[in-house]
Ligand binder design. Structure first.
Ligand SMILES: Cc1ncc(COP(=O)(O)O)c(C=O)c1O
Length: 383
């Protein structure tokens, strides 16, 4: 049977170089990076080398990087870390957007329960939030502003630099969830008006269960986890040494091949959309999200007359893996909070499927998937 993986926004396959780096570190014998003996020092040197690599790729200081256990943990650490530290200065406002991943939205709702004042910025029908709305919401009492770089469901990019500048001017800490944009954008963190950035290894062909949080020097920050003094007392817990080594390897390759990667996924995505047009006709589907300001690896498409669940089930039976929204909500029948926030019609929300492309995908797979969708569509119309 066909086996096509178009769900790279949920997670990506580990590349062989990352698997090799993982196996090498995991097989190297014991060694807690906090131990002072030779075994511990060998382990620590792996973590140090990985941190140096990531700092070079991101244009920041190694000491500004904190390894975590996931993108979700990076988001929570950023939000709670900065909000609690800012509250000590009398700042109690949180500003975020309606299209954030649940790792941010639910953390913000939790902060609201703890007494913070939450403002959720609306998105337009392309999924963009406006810097003007952000400017009206951010004031001298704002503790943290959290705006994602690129959306995990639609790929729409946000004006986070512009909003970051406003946040900075008003003394608020600026956080960016860059879990989906990581590996598709080059940053120089020294000059970017952002204080905290969350990323995750498994979205760039690295291992699951490893995240990274950039904490700009001088940013008010309280650790979320309490325990040892690992990661300069910003994230307690023994480091995932093999995962961190593999993450650095995957990131190195992702950044080295970034232009080629972007060209590749864009080509697969465009072939897919062209093939859909040829197979179904242009009135049968609609691409959701911003048409230009978007990440290249995500295509969120509504298919008129079909429900997401039915289409996803039939695609799965035909060997094609796609998704109905973010991975965390797939499996539940809740309509996507992102598409709902974009004010799309009920039909468009309920017929949306996310296809996300990456390493190993081909144009042929894209064309084949479009043909499979046309067959499913014809079959559903008859029955
Ligand atoms: C935008 C965004 N933020 C956060 C996360 C959570 O990352 P993790 O799966 O590493 O916890 C995801 C994962 O899908 C994401 O897409």
């Amino acid at each position: 049977m066909t086996s096509i993986y178009f769900d790279h926004a949920a997670t990506t396959p580990m590349i062989p170089e990352a698997v090799a780096a993982y196996a090498e570190a995991a097989g190297a014998g014991p060694g807690n990076p906090s131990s002072l003996h030779a075994f511990g020092r060998a382990s620590r040197s792996r973590v140090t080398a990985a941190r140096d690599t990531l700092a070079r790729l991101l244009g920041c200081m190694p000491s500004e990087l904190v390894f975590t256990g996931s993108g979700t943990e990076s988001d929570n650490s950023a939000l709670f870390g900065a909000a609690v530290a800012q509250r000590a200065k009398g700042r109690t406002g949180i500003v975020t957007t309606a299209v954030e991943h649940h790792a941010v939205l639910n953390a913000c709702l939790q902060l609201e329960k703890q007494g913070f004042r939450l403002t959720v910025l609306p998105a337009d029908e392309t999924g963009r939030v406006s810097p003007e709305a952000a400017a009206a919401a951010i004031d001298e009492s704002t503790a943290v502003v959290s705006v994602m770089a690129g959306n995990n469901e639609t790929g729409t990019l946000q004006p986070y630099e512009e909003i970051g500048r406003i946040a900075r001017e008003r003394g608020a800490v600026m956080h960016v969830d860059a879990v989906q944009a990581f590996g598709y954008e080059r940053w120089n963190l020294q000059s970017l008006p952002v204080d905290l950035i969350s990323v995750s290894a498994h979205k760039i062909n690295g291992p699951q269960g490893v995240g990274l949080l950039y904490v700009k020097r001088g940013t008010p920050f309280q650790p979320l986890l309490h325990g040892g003094t690992q990661e300069r007392a910003r994230r307690a817990g023994t480091e995932n040494v093999p995962g961190i080594s593999a993450f650095a390897e995957a990131a190195n390759i992702a950044f080295r091949n970034m232009d080629e990667r972007i060209r590749h996924v864009r080509d697969v995505r465009d072939s897919f959309l062209q093939a859909l047009q040829a197979e179904l006709g242009e009135d049968a589907f609609q691409l959701n999200g911003h048409q230009e300001l978007r990440l290249p690896h995500i295509a969120n498409v509504s298919f008129f007359g079909m429900s997401s669940e039915t289409l996803l089930m039939n695609l799965d039976l035909a060997g094609v893996a796609a998704s109905g929204g973010s991975a965390c909500t797939s499996g539940s029948l809740q309509p996507s909070h992102v598409l709902t926030a974009m004010n799309l019609s009920r039909e468009r929300v309920q017929s949306a499927v996310r296809f996300s492309f990456g390493f190993g995908n081909t144009r042929e797979e894209a064309e084949k998937t479009a043909k499979i969708i046309a067959t499913i569509s014809a079959r559903l119309r008859i029955s």
